[in-house]
Design a protein. Structure first.
Length: 217
């Protein structure tokens, strides 16, 4: 058994936490880009685009993230492509995140009164101009709190990437536990680090929501 002090354990976990942060940012930024593309496709009123986006959202919201990680890791290999846990985790979390963000943002756009669209149309704006100049600026104010809040779910979701061998905070905690036989100390430090990552984001999301609610009164 390797002897580690509580500080040694915390320091090693802190190093692993950076990969949790990096994976979360990749999933959130990539999911945001894909999610915005899906949102715009759905707003075009194309029947086929709307059906595709609805099916896409239903698929990724209706299946466990754990299964999506397994399918990304083992499914890509079926095509003869060697993939790493890093690539599989980033891909699965990006697709998962995009489905939720697309639906969150769709609800925010739907909350904009129809009269705003009609007013923009009366000014001879095309669809893209209506979105860019009238609808999206208003929807963005509404979307910021739930979007920031969802980032917390993405951070916690990265813990599942450990099952395919991606070494992030949870996986590092398991490895250190196996070496030190101090599960209580190790997982207490893991929980503390997750709290340190998630609580400020939750607090900021609530603060933004209060500000927007006060501005709309």
């Amino acid at each position: 058994m390797v002897e580690f002090s509580a500080w040694d354990i915390f320091r090693n976990l802190l190093l692993a936490a950076r990969w949790t942060v990096v994976l979360s940012l990749i999933a959130f930024i990539g999911g945001g880009i894909v999610g915005m593309t899906l949102l715009i496709a759905r707003l075009t009123k194309s029947v086929w685009a709307e059906r595709f986006v609805a099916a896409y959202v239903a698929l990724f919201q209706g299946t466990p993230l754990l299964m999506q990680l397994f399918l990304a890791y083992f499914g890509i290999a079926l095509f003869g492509i060697n993939t790493s846990p890093w690539v599989a985790a980033a891909l699965a979390l990006t697709l998962y995140t995009s489905a939720f963000l697309a639906e969150i943002w769709r609800g925010c756009v739907a909350s904009i009164p129809r009269g705003q669209w009609e007013a923009a149309q009366s000014l001879a704006m095309n669809f893209g101009e209506q979105l860019r100049h009238v609808v999206l600026p208003q929807a963005t104010r509404i979307a910021i709190p739930p979007t920031v809040g969802f980032l917390v779910q993405v951070i916690k979701g990265t813990a599942l990437a450990s099952v395919i061998g991606f070494i992030e905070l949870t996986k590092a905690g398991t490895m250190i536990t196996n070496a030190t036989f101090k599960p209580f100390v190790v997982y207490s430090c893991v929980a503390l680090l997750y709290f340190g990552l998630c609580y400020p984001i939750s607090w900021y999301a609530k603060k933004l929501e209060r500000k927007i609610n006060e501005a709309r009164r």
